[in-house]
Design a protein around this ligand. Structure first.
Ligand SMILES: NC(=O)c1ccc[n+]([C@@H]2O[C@H](COP(=O)([O-])OP(=O)(O)OC[C@H]3O[C@@H](n4cnc5c(N)ncnc54)[C@H](O)[C@@H]3O)[C@@H](O)[C@H]2O)c1
Length: 432
């Protein structure tokens, strides 16, 4: 049994609820939530209500500009950063460390190389701890792949082929709100692919050296909406003249969408149901990335955001054989009340094809809960002070946070220049 830690929590959107529930629920013997912070008063009130409903005590609320005051008054040990847009993470990560706190931050750690360097330098200067919550690592089948690779089942890995499909429900949602602008999210190459590049970095136990990328935006476009017969669209779903025939219509007039977003709109103008075919969008929906790792492994990665199903396929080609892994996740939308990214037995496979042998289906480890069963195990790793040492080394710090975004940053720079981008050039003289 350890001493309880005090947590302040900044950024109280839909993702924050997982942390709130854990701190007042399963891990309450380790946690005291001492303060909440957001730009939006309505979402802070909602979070306090949730704390009360789950049996906790409502806490003091601070607007974003009162963050320093919050730290001075409440003296938290740890600040949890779940703000969105992702571009806001760096400010809170660095300020929290400067003010003497450790940090637990949602992915992506940040969205560009300048803020990444700032985080690395501030961490070195202050000596504080950063944990980046890469829940995908903790999902049992993904942990199982790591175990197999650590057991050297296919020898040295020479190349990796990885395709991730986001569907027209979850994938489309990134084109509705802040994610759809490169300057907010670093595009899906950072916002989403940070998970995927982190997985590859961790699976290979290696780091990216250089990156080339081509990308396009060809599905979430006004022209494609016209092809679907959606002429005369509105700026948002709620009052869109063609909502009755649009497959992407999102109703935010009920439930959590209403409370968390629609009812809070007047304060900050955050519109949750913007048209996915808007010409405001400046991110890509097709991305083809080629990465060379320090150890020489080649990675070919594709991300599509308009697939008929959600999931991924990956194949590792090694000196002693090939390992293939396929996952199809449930379909969900952030905030729709479903468990995000749930896996079912029939939809996950791991196949081992040893050198000169036949393919063997491996019995897959599955778990309950969000993001392939990763969320509950991640939460224990964050909050349970008596958690055993993890042989898979799943706890991710600033170095992992940095390398996982730098592939995406290098990729969007490569799109702009048409050239291969070296990760070391992004870091300059900062050592990871
Ligand atoms: N690991 C995962 O699987 C996973 C899943 C979903 C979201 N996320 C991450 O969690 C974060 C939040 O995502 P979300 O879907 O909850 O977003 P959201 O838009 O629903 O919520 C973001 C919150 O941050 C607040 N905010 C915005 N700017 C702020 C600022 N400058 N200071 C303080 N508060 C500010 C907003 O008012 C809002 O309450 C993102 O970084 C996202 O990448 C991770």
């Amino acid at each position: 049994m350890g001493v309880k830690k005090c947590y302040a929590h900044v950024g109280l959107g839909i993702r924050s609820t997982m942390f709130t529930d854990a701190m007042v629920g399963d891990f309450k013997k380790y946690c005291d939530i001492v303060a909440l912070c957001d730009t939006n008063r309505g979402r802070m009130d909602l979070c306090n209500r949730r704390i009360k409903e789950k049996g906790g005590q409502p806490v003091k609320l601070y607007k974003a500009e009162q963050f320093k005051q919050m730290i001075a008054e409440q003296k938290p040990d740890v600040v949890i950063v779940t703000t969105g847009p992702d571009v806001t993470h760096c400010h809170y990560i660095c300020l929290a460390m400067e003010l003497g706190c450790d940090v637990v931050t949602e992915k992506p750690m940040t969205v560009d190389e300048a803020s990444c360097k700032k985080i690395i330098e501030t961490q070195k200067k202050t000596g504080r701890n950063i944990q980046v919550t890469f829940n995908y690592r903790y999902s049992p089948p993904r942990s199982q792949v790591k175990e197999m690779l650590m057991d050297d089942v296919i020898g040295d890995i020479l190349s990796v082929n990885f395709t991730w499909m986001l569907d027209t429900i979850h994938g489309a949602d990134y084109f509705r709100r802040w994610h759809r602008r490169l300057e907010n999210s670093g595009s899906l190459l950072v916002h989403k692919a940070t998970h995927h590049f982190d997985l590859v970095n961790w699976w290979l136990d290696d780091y990216p050296k250089d990156v080339f990328c081509r990308a396009s935006l060809r599905y979430y476009t006004p022209a494609n909406a016209d092809r679907m017969g959606l002429q005369g669209r509105g700026e948002r779903c709620m009052d869109c003249p063609v909502k009755d025939k649009c497959k992407f219509y999102l109703d935010i007039t009920e439930g959590d969408f209403k409370e968390r977003y629609l009812d809070c709109e007047t304060e900050d103008g955050y519109i949750r149901d913007k048209c996915v075919f808007s010409d405001e969008i400046n991110i890509w929906d097709n991305m083809a990335v080629n990465v060379r790792y320090k150890g020489g492994t080649l990675l070919n990665y594709m991300l599509h955001a308009y697939s008929p199903y959600e999931g991924y396929r990956i194949a590792f080609n090694g000196t002693k054989g090939r390992l293939e892994h396929f996952c199809c996740e449930n379909s969900y939308l952030s905030g729709d009340g479903k468990t995000p990214g749930e896996l079912t037995k029939d939809n996950v496979t791991i196949t081992l094809i040893p050198e000169f042998s036949k393919a063997r289906e491996i019995e897959v480890h599955l778990g309950q809960g969000g993001h392939g069963g990763g969320d509950p195990i991640l939460l224990a790793d964050i909050f349970d002070q008596n958690a055993p040492v993890d042989p898979l080394n799943r706890k991710a710090g600033q170095r992992d946070g940095a390398y996982s975004i730098l592939t995406g940053v290098a990729a969007y720079k490569s799109i702009a220049t048409g050239k291969v981008v070296k990760v070391s050039d992004l870091l300059g003289n900062v050592q990871l």
